[in-house]
Structures are given as C-alpha cells and as structure tokens.
Design a protein around this ligand. Structure first.
Ligand SMILES: Nc1ncnc2c1ncn2[C@@H]1O[C@H](COP(=O)(O)OP(=O)(O)OP(=O)(O)O)[C@@H](O)[C@H]1O
Ligand SMILES: [Mg+2]
Length: 286
C-alpha cells in the first residue's frame, strides 16, 4: 500500500466525549455524537456507556472481538433498537424516539454484516431503491407517465450508473444482484447505501469474504468515496490491515464497553487492546 492511502498523517485532536476527530473537521458540526449510549437484552448489557464523536469527513473504525457489541452500536445509531440509556445525535439532532426511516432521513445509511440485497432484482434497480428516497415527481405524474416522470427516471438511471462506476460496476447494471459473486454483492450494498445521499455511511464488515486484492481495492474506494462525497464513514472490520490502513479514529469495544480510542498507532501499541483483542487473534488471521 502506498503512503498516499495511509491516514497516519491526519492530525487528530481531542474533543469532549474523550474522542478524537480530524483537525480539519474541528469547525464543523460532528456527524455523530453518542453520549452514555447503552442497551440491555434481558439483563445482558450488550453496549454500555458508549461515548463517541465522529468528525464530518472522518473515516472511523469500530473494532473488537466477536460479540463485543459492534453491530449493536450500528443498530442503536440507525434506530433498529431504542437505547436503554443515553443519546444519539446525528448531525446535531437527537434521534430519541425516532424510527429507522426518520433516522435515515437525518443522513445515515448502512450496509449489513449479512448482505441484504434484493437478489431477484437487477443491480441497477437495487441502486434505484436508494435513489428513490430523493424522488422528484409526484405519484400522479408517475402513474400518468408525465414528462417530469421520464425526466426523473432518466436522471436516476444516469445517477445509478455513475454511482456504480465508483466500483467499476456500471456494466453489471442489468445483472441480477443475487447472481453476483460475494465481493461484488458487498460493493453493491455500499453503492445502494450511498444512493440515499448519507452524511454518515456505516459499513458492517465490508471486507468480509473478500480476497486480499478486493480488500486493497475496497480500501482505496472507501477513501475515494469519502473524498468525493465529503462524508463520514464508520466501519466495523476484523481485517486489521484495512482498519489500521485507512481509519483515522479507532474505537475498541470489549464486552460492550469501550476499552480504548485513538489513532491506529495508539491502538496497536495499547496493551489493554493487545490483551483483549489484537494479541488473541490467531496466526494467519487477517
Ligand atoms: N436482539 C438481540 N437480542 C439478544 N441479544 C442480542 C441481540 N443483539 C445482540 N445481542 C447480543 O449482544 C452481544 C453483542 O452482539 P453484536 O452482534 O453487537 O456483536 P459484534 O461485536 O457485532 O460481534 P461480531 O464480530 O461477531 O459480529 C452478543 O452477546 C449478542 O448475542
Ligand atoms: Mg457484528
């Protein structure tokens, strides 16, 4: 990997909530702020006292052992679950009491640990589902196929192909999504999430099942997406090469609790993290 792609040069600065954000984001409203966030499932504290701030254009990482609560954090941010304690602010707005759709309108989009595409639909139609959130014609104009409908449809087609081209997938537009190889399905999920025009993109194990070459490309593309759309990306990954290579701020969870926050270098040299997670990873594991 070239130095250009590395983020070790980003100057990270401390903010309240004991987080760090890129210095370049200091003047802007953080895209995410959680405070004392927690949830219990029948007595099990899956996530406890989770405090995190993510800068407007930050690539952030959430890591930790299996069952640590990482996906649960995403489910709390996206309002799959209402937290038992604490708050989630998206772009400064409190999401208390909101449902999934209301939270997504605030600017969050996600991919899932287990891919959730419409397998029987085409690649392009899967992207258009995301784009439809921003549809610009009325129901009546659509039913009657009025000019504004066709104009919007043409624009949507163009936008879908443009988004697919980020991953060089524009030629697969007519392919059935379910017939794509695993790695391509993961990429399509990212494109579909991007199509909703988020300010915070949450990726749950985006490199899972990818070969090393695909993972390298994914790393480049995550940076490309952040640079092009000027959004924040928070990712969960077990591939430490990816996390340490592109994440600016990293948060480590263990048994539902944050055990460390810091830069890649700080996290790699943190004895508590090494003991709880990094050191326990098997030889040969990515
Ligand atoms: N809906 C639920 N009901 C009961 N327990 C749950 C629920 N969702 C998650 N849990 C529990 O919360 C804990 C955290 O799970 P979570 O899926 O967030 O872990 P994770 O860090 O994403 O793990 P992995 O790396 O394996 O994906 C686990 O003990 C899990 O069994
Ligand atoms: Mg998970």
């Amino acid at each position: 990997m070239t130095e250009k792609k590395r983020h070790s040069d980003t100057r990270m600065v401390p903010v309240p909530s004991h987080s760090i954000v890129p210095e370049r984001d200091l003047g802007s409203q953080p895209v995410l702020e959680t405070s004392h966030l927690g949830i219990e499932f029948g007595g099990l504290k899956a996530v406890e006292d989770f405090n995190l701030t993510i800068g407007r254009t930050e690539i952030a990482g959430l890591i930790g052992p299996n069952g640590a609560g990482k996906t649960t954090v995403f489910n709390l941010i996206t309002k799959v679950y209402e937290p038992t304690t604490g708050t989630v602010l998206i772009n400064g707005k409190d999401t208390h009491g909101m449902n999934i759709v209301q939270a997504s309108r605030l600017g969050i989009a996600r991919t899932f640990q287990n891919i959730r595409l419409f397998g029987n639909m085409s690649v392009e139609d899967n992207v258009c589902i995301g784009l439809h959130n921003q549809i610009r014609y009325s129901m009546m104009e659509g039913v009657l196929r009025l000019p504004r409908y066709w104009g919007a449809e043409r624009k949507m087609h163009k936008e879908a192909l443009e988004l697919l081209s980020i991953f060089d997938m524009q030629d697969l537009a007519d392919t059935q999504a379910g017939s794509l190889p695993y790695g391509a399905q993961r990429r399509l999920e990212i494109v579909r999430a991007l199509a909703t025009n988020p300010s915070l993109l949450l990726l749950d194990e985006p490199a899972a099942g990818m070969n090393p070459h695909e993972t390298e490309e994914l790393m480049e593309n995550i940076i490309k997406i952040r640079d092009r759309f000027q959004i924040a990306i928070m990712l969960i990954e077990h591939d430490m090469n990816l996390v340490m290579g592109i994440c600016e701020g990293i948060c480590v969870l263990n048994y539902g609790k944050v055990i460390a926050k810091g830069t890649a270098q700080e996290i790699q040299n943190n004895p508590v993290v090494v003991e709880a997670y990094l050191g326990k990873r098997k030889e040969g594991e990515k």
